[in-house]
Design a binder for this molecule. Structure first.
Ligand code: GLU
Length: 515
């Protein structure tokens, strides 16, 4: 069997979109799973749409995910990608060859004339397209046009006027287009640059691509490509057009749905392994149940026949969940390292910097199993670093398990406006006693903190759930935080005691203010 060869052929026209990188991933997975070759080709022949820096961002996206390419121009180090603007000569020769084969012709129509045709077609409400005026010029007419309008000369493909163009897409099945619906499209522009259609086919032939795996939006270009292959007498590659990606509202994924740039996800703190896993499931599945797969498992399991023809849903919730799964599986030390810059940059400006290394380490370790995205880290553990843990006093009752308060807190209702419950004086006493006890705990570690606070539960005749819940809110400002005793250990004795006492005082103050 001959070796499979795939490619990813992005245009450097902006930030690489997740859908675009999904195409790269599927082409790469297919090459890897079949022991084939994967190449990257920058399609930059539309120089007007070129956005500086975008090529680098495309390659960075691939590198971040570990999608490595196997060949390309030798730039003295790892291979560069193929770049179309550096291969212009071949496209000009190919266009001439098509003219020789009577499959293409020179067209001299001026932009003004083309505009006028379009305007007239629009006025008559008929599909727009070139009227084929130059398709059958005599030799004399051509010579005259060459002299008068030579600078406007383009090469157009001579689309058959009747019949159908048919090709097979491994995902969609047989696809057939009526030729009369396709106009004589430009293949070489007046500046000598090829259009996408010509350059794409010429390069796929030159690179001996066996499988063209790309997004669904290129489906309508495929008949043109099939025609060019046929005109040259080349066997077309296998086409695989990947299903559309939809946002949560079932419309095509776009900026309206939030970020679509792959590198934004990197910067937000998604892990490359999780992103790779997630992207692979956008239109492909191993079976009906497997969601978590490593790179090697993806390579071993990938096949084009399990790519679905129906649209895939980009479910951010699922991505966050999956990322959380990968975060929990990380070696704590690695997680600490990854989380650190997010803490350094994301914690409020008032916090003393540089952060205390030991505290940052503990904070990260204690919140590792709660984080879904690294950028959540500052919010998840700010209380380790700041004593400003202000919260509505009634949140303490939510922390103690009071159902009504808990419901309101979960619904994000304004608890500041809720009056203190009748047992506020009792809870005030508990917190004061807890502060007194905490101040004296020796040695300061989670074991002795636990022993002392459990004893206090007995002394006060309350339950652990209530007392620990109250102390948790008092010291962290939230009802859900890492396990209490280790959290207090990390926060420190004096700070834990002071916060607990401050919460007790706040209860009294609030009560006094109301009475
Ligand atoms: N240059 C096209 C793009 O930007 C390539 C489409 C294809 O893979 O043929 O996606």
């Amino acid at each position: 069997m001959s070796v499979t060869r795939t490619r990813y052929a992005p245009s450097p026209t902006g930030d690489p979109h997740v859908g675009n990188i999904r195409s790269a991933l599927f082409a790469w997975l297919f090459a890897r799973s079949t022991g084939g070759v994967f190449a990257v080709r920058i399609e930059d022949t539309d120089q007007e749409r070129r956005i500086p820096g975008s090529e680098e961002r495309i390659l960075d996206s691939l590198r971040w995910l570990g999608i490595e390419w196997d060949e390309g121009p030798d730039i003295g180090g790892p291979y560069g990608p193929y770049v179309q603007s550096q291969r212009l000569e071949g496209y000009g020769l190919a266009a001439e060859k098509l003219v020789e084969l009577d499959a293409a012709y020179y067209c001299y129509c001026t932009p003004e004339r083309l505009d006028a045709i379009r305007a007239a077609q629009q006025k008559r409400n008929v599909p727009t397209g070139y009227d084929r005026r130059c398709r059958n010029l005599s030799a004399e007419e051509r010579a005259q046009e060459e002299a008068e309008n030579g600078e406007h000369r383009v090469v157009r493909f001579k689309t058959p006027l009747s019949g159908r163009t048919t090709f097979t897409d491994v995902i969609r099945g047989d696809v057939s287009w009526e030729n009369r619906l396709i106009d004589d499209f430009v293949i070489l522009k007046s500046d000598g640059f090829p259009t996408y259609h010509l350059a794409n086919v010429v390069d796929d032939v030159a690179m001996e691509i066996t499988h063209v795996i790309r997004g669904d939006e290129w489906m309508s270009s495929a008949p043109r490509h099939a025609m060019i292959y046929e005109a040259f007498g080349y066997t077309p590659p296998v086409f695989a057009h990947l299903p559309l990606i939809l946002g949560a509202d079932r419309t095509k994924l776009s900026k309206r749905h939030g970020s679509v740039s792959l590198l934004d996800y990197r910067d937000e703190g998604f892990l490359p392994e999780a992103m790779l896993n997630f992207l692979a499931l956008l239109g492909w599945s191993l079976d009906d149940k497997t969601t978590q797969m490593t790179r090697d498992e993806l390579i071993a399991g990938f096949s084009l026949d399990r790519v679905s023809a129906s649209p895939a849903m980009f479910d951010r919730e699922k991505l966050e969940w999956l990322n959380g799964v990968y975060i929990r599986e990380m070696v704590p030390e690695t997680f600490v390292e990854l989380a650190r810059p997010y803490l350094d940059n994301g914690l409020p400006p008032g916090i003393l910097r540089p952060l205390d290394d030991g505290l940052a380490r503990q904070a990260a370790m204690l919140t590792q199993d709660r984080a879904r995205v690294l950028s959540e880290m500052p919010e998840l553990c700010d209380f380790f670093f700041t004593d400003d843990v202000s919260f509505p006093p009634t949140l303490i009752w939510a922390g103690m398990g009071d159902k009504a308060m808990k419901r309101m807190a979960d619904a994000d209702e304004d608890l500041w406006r809720v009056p203190l419950p009748d047992d506020a004086a009792v809870v005030h006493e508990w917190l004061n006693s807890a502060a007194n006890a905490i101040e004296k705990i020796e040695p300061w570690n989670h074991e002795s903190i636990e022993t002392r606070l459990r004893a206090l539960v007995e002394e006060l005749g309350t339950s652990g759930r209530k007392l620990f819940g109250a102390v948790r809110v008092a010291t962290t400002g939230r009802t859900a935080a890492p396990p209490l005793f280790v959290t207090l250990e990390a926060i420190g004795r004096e700070r834990s005691a002071a916060r607990t006492r401050a919460a007790a005082t706040a209860l009294l103050d609030t009560q006094l203010a109301r009475s």
